[in-house]
Design a protein around this ligand. Sequence first.
Ligand SMILES: Cc1ncc(COP(=O)(O)O)c(C=O)c1O
Length: 431
Amino acid sequence: MDSAPENTLSTDQRRADIKSKIDGLVGEYFDLAPPPPDTECPLSVPLYGAGEVNGAIDALLTQNVTMGARVREFEAAFAQEMGSKHAIMVNSGSSANLLAVSVLAQTALAGHLQPGDEVIVPAVTWSTSIAPILQLGCVPVLVDIDEDTLNMRPESIDEALSDRTRAVMPVHLLGNPVDMDPLMERARARDLWVIEDTCESLGTEIAGRKVGSFGDFGTFSFYFSHHITTIEGGMVVTDDDELNDLARSLRAHGWSRDMSTRPQLEADNPNIDPRFLFVNVGYNLRPMEVQAAFGLVQLQRLAEFNERRRSNAEFLTEALHTYSDRIRLINEQEGGRSTWFGFSVITESAEQRTRLCDHLEARNIATRPIVAGNLALQPAFRNNPHRTIGDLEVATRVGERGLFIGNHPSMTEAQLQHVVGAFREFFTGDG
Ligand SMILES: Cc1ncc(COP(=O)(O)O)c(C=O)c1O
């Protein structure tokens, strides 16, 4: 039988038909992607395709674009993936950290952070792990890192404690997990809040459990180059109902709408229109539906992405081990499974690092320093209140001598060989 003429179809059927043609065309477009060059290793490559783009187009075509059903669906899927009770999506990993620290500073919360309180953080991390601590009037206390894992050691808490210590923010750096059980034991014994900055380590495990799910809060980034991407985006997870309520309110203007306590708050304020009832001093950190559409597809690909990151790292570790008398490779934390965000090496001197970076960059292998190096030396933090524990010798050394190269899930065998060849050439002069 002939298909119905177009003008006898309902508007919905015609739209579905057009959408299906768009889906097909987007698929065809991505199928024509050129193969990656064998002799390039960028820091990251786009890890999204037709599924993500079609999800985003769908969000745009339905014209439901501001935070709504897709964000809620992505939050539920993410919470399940993490084994956390609540997940609150925001517009970046930096916003996730800002939100977590801000919630802990709410006066409504028992034991809340107050101006002048100290928060223990590793000296090597990203700027916006530390920035919210200062923005909320608290004092970052920088502890050194372990040269083998690049992470803070749980014992550092003992050395950093003062009578103003109220929180600790372990950062799972470059995919490697912090040893969370001993850290949590110390934090709980001293009644410290714990925010796990997991922006570089989605899917990483320690002691059989996902990092980000141990503390009061775990924070995540979905920036373009991270384990999954929503272009820009982030997430906060927590098991605590009160922290969840406060986070949902602060994320969206401080209003009551997204809080489980909404009925009571409205009853307590009968003269204020419940649609615009503001109960906290909030921000606007909301994500968009297009970002959640990306996230829903990307989350399904996370396990496969992380397996690829792991096998690339295994290959590079084995191949570069030959030069371990001249460069230090990073060890996976004992009892943990890293997700290898980048592949890091520590050279013998700052001068050697410069030469190695130049050598790799000349061969189209992108390099970066080990995150922000020792943050106590960065102008933003050097010139603001902080305390340092010891001389932060390892953090400084890693900042001066460390570098990482890209490790992304779509690296080809030829690209991995290109990286190994470039190191061989550097150390032996043998191209
Ligand atoms: C450890 C860490 N925390 C926070 C962030 C901030 O995430 P975003 O870039 O999504 O704001 C990053 C960014 O890469 C990071 O590496």
